[in-house]
Each structure stands twice: as structure tokens, then as C-alpha cells.
Design a protein around this ligand. Structure first.
Ligand SMILES: [Cu+2]
Length: 241
């Protein structure tokens, strides 16, 4: 019996399997460290034409009450400007604060927590004293992978949408951090021991006030506030379980 066709068939099968395995490996490794951003649950906001610099402004002042012990963790109070039908509207044109520099020395993100504003950039510096490579990727409302970079190099990312992200390194599992990106500059960060805030220089208009907690122990609170020219709007923020 001639076994040549069988041998050819087995050879073809082997080559086919090798090609499939190679394609799978390439798919796994290939795009893994290419910078890309997928905005998942993040909220997209329109800027519109109006400018913060030209607007008449007022303040929003408030106190937080807690139905149980407040965690010793930061809480952010932020405003979303409302448009037609009380839906999030045009947030206006504002200049983003300076780039937040994050060190990676000793295999730690420093700072490991930050509150940023849409359009603000974050720059990760590989400032290790030894030849150690790091990676940065975000998970959460905004997902992105900034790739692997060597000692002395850095990577930048501009947040174009608002939301919450956790920050990781694919090489060092213990490296982690967290950012909250506010939709516009009208926000206050309450440190662990604070229960009052004042947001100044807010353009006149109607806003939805929200809370964001680094450690989510309470239901997030929201209410509508009206900012008037030269006025101060007072709010009681009730944090309940
Ligand atoms: Cu690392």
C-alpha cells in the first residue's frame, strides 16, 4: 500500500496547526502593548463654544453628612453643567491644568492617587535608578495600554473623557494606582478628615452635583444646583448607606 498520500496529509495538518498556533500567539502578544484607549463607561462631554474665562461666576459651598463612620479616604464633589431638559450639556471651553507627573521609582506609582480634569495629561516617568522596565495600563471607565518603556523613558496620556480608572503595570503586579477624571474644573477634593467644601469660580448656570468616593462605603449623592453671578449656593450632601 502506498503511504505517501497519508504522510503528505499529516505534514499538511502539522503545518496548518503551526500556522494557527502562531496566529494565536501573535494575537495575544501583538496588540497587548500598543497604546490604545477604549472608553467604556466613561461619560463623553461636549465643550461647546462658551468659555469659562468669559463667564460670570459664583460659588457652591456645602457640608457632607454621613449615616455611618466616614472612611478615612478622599471624596470628590463635582459638578456637571446641565443643558436642555436638564441633561448634561456643553461643559464650556477651559484650559486644562498642568500635566500630572507620576514617578515609578522603586516599583511604585507616586502619586498613586489623583483627581484630574478632562483634557488634562498624565505623564509616567520611568525614573528607576537601575535598568528596570515598566508598563502602564488603565482599567475601569477608561481602558488604555501605554506600552512597556525602559529606564529614562516616559509615556503620556491625555484623558479626553471623564470617569474612574485604576492604574497597573503588567510587569509588576503590586504596582497600582487610581485616578478620577472630572468633567470640568468645578470640583472639590475632600481629604480623609474633611466634611465641607467650597467650589469657587463656577460659571453661572444649572448643574448636577455628584459625589465620587475612593472607597465606596455610601451611595453616591446627587442633586441639582443653580449658580448665580456673585452668589454662593449652599448644599447639604447626605451620604447614606
Ligand atoms: Cu512596573
Amino acid at each position: 500500500m502506498n503511504r505517501l498520500p497519508l504522510k503528505l496529509f499529516l505534514l499538511a495538518l502539522l503545518l496548518g496547526c503551526t500556522a494557527v498556533v502562531a496566529a494565536v500567539v501573535k494575537a495575544q502578544l501583538g496588540p497587548r502593548h500598543l497604546p490604545s484607549a477604549r472608553y467604556l463607561k466613561s461619560a463623553a462631554f461636549q465643550d461647546g463654544e462658551w468659555k469659562w474665562a468669559d463667564a460670570q461666576k459664583g460659588s457652591v459651598k456645602g457640608t457632607l453628612t454621613f449615616s455611618a463612620k466616614r472612611p478615612q479616604q478622599p471624596i470628590v464633589v463635582y459638578l456637571v453643567r446641565l443643558g436642555d431638559a436638564d441633561k448634561p450639556g456643553e461643559q464650556g471651553v477651559f484650559s486644562a491644568p498642568a500635566t500630572l507627573d507620576v514617578s515609578q521609582k522603586g516599583g511604585k506609582f507616586e502619586p498613586s492617587f489623583g483627581v484630574l480634569v478632562r483634557k488634562q495629561k498624565v505623564k509616567f516617568l520611568n525614573d528607576e535608578e537601575n535598568e528596570i522596565s515598566h508598563n502602564v495600563y488603565f482599567l475601569g471607565d477608561i481602558e488604555a495600554d501605554l506600552g512597556i518603556f525602559d529606564q529614562g523613558q516616559s509615556r503620556e496620556h491625555e484623558f479626553t473623557d471623564a470617569g474612574e480608572v485604576s492604574v497597573h503595570c503588567s510587569i509588576h503586579k503590586r504596582m497600582d494606582g487610581r485616578f478620577f477624571i472630572a468633567p470640568n474644573p468645578a470640583y472639590a477634593v475632600l481629604e480623609a478628615d474633611s466634611d465641607s467644601f467650597e467650589i469657587k469660580e463656577v460659571p453661572v448656570g444649572k448643574y448636577r452635583l455628584h459625589t465620587w468616593q475612593k472607597q465606596k462605603r455610601f451611595k453616591d449623592f446627587e442633586t441639582t444646583v443653580e449658580v448665580t453671578a456673585g452668589g454662593t449656593t449652599s448644599v447639604t450632601v447626605e451620604m447614606k448607606r
